[in-house]
Design a protein. Structure first.
Length: 143
């Protein structure tokens, strides 16, 4: 809105204002799309971190029972599979180099906090989580 107001207040050629407005709005929309894509990418990386965490726990010299029985189902839920196999999503990440905005330390912290929640415990207890439950746990990972 601020962009539109600024452009409307300029006293230039109307055609030039339209072109400038279109360019600025497209840039801003592209930026919003990048932010959305990074947030989805965070959800995916947090889910995938379950496998990283499991392999770290299994490589311990002294493993607890909990370390031996880590559930990595979240890394293979339908949302993660759909997004990682979506060509336009992966192309957007590669083209705009959006991986650089994902901080692996934050991914780890968020995953470890997610594992402590009641929602995650209920998700893991389910033998075959529904797509709705999978969406909810993915949504919970980014909140």
């Amino acid at each position: 809105m601020q962009t539109l107001y600024t452009l409307a207040s300029l006293e230039h050629d109307a055609e030039q204002n339209k072109k400038a407005a279109a360019r600025i709005l497209n840039d801003k929309l592209e930026h919003v799309l990048d932010i959305f894509t990074v947030s989805v990418l965070y959800s995916i990386r947090i889910a995938q971190y379950a496998e990283t965490d499991a392999s770290k726990r299994l490589s311990k010299y002294l493993q607890s029972n909990e370390d031996k029985n880590v559930d990595t189902r979240i890394a293979e839920n339908s949302f993660v599979k759909k997004m990682t196999s979506n060509a336009s999503f992966t192309e957007k990440i590669k083209k705009d180099k959006l991986d650089r905005f994902v901080d692996e330390e934050w991914v780890k912290k968020i995953f470890l906090n997610l594992v402590k929640t009641e929602e995650y415990a209920r998700y893991i207890e389910e033998k075959a989580p529904t797509p709705v439950q999978e969406k909810e746990i993915d949504r919970k990972s980014t909140v």
